[in-house]
Ligand binder design. Sequence first.
Ligand code: ZN
Length: 87
Amino acid sequence: MNKYIVKVTLTQESRFDVEIEAPDEEEAESIAKNAVWEDDYADDIRRTLEITDENYESMWIVCDNCGEEYNIHEEECPYCTEYPRDE
Ligand SMILES: [Zn+2]
């Protein structure tokens, strides 16, 4: 059994309607945008959040011997080959 570092990348999407009072539609959209970035819609965002894309990539392996992380394309831990430990 090996220990891997897996990079998880999720693309998420939220769609919801909000009611905003404003003099025109541009102002309404601007108010909505600010509210998003000020976390005012955090509950709406969480409630409607959907994962639209996902990616899982193992990039690193954690060495059993020394605990260092090294690239999965390496044959063996470069730290252990460079500085061999006595058994
Ligand atoms: Zn090692």
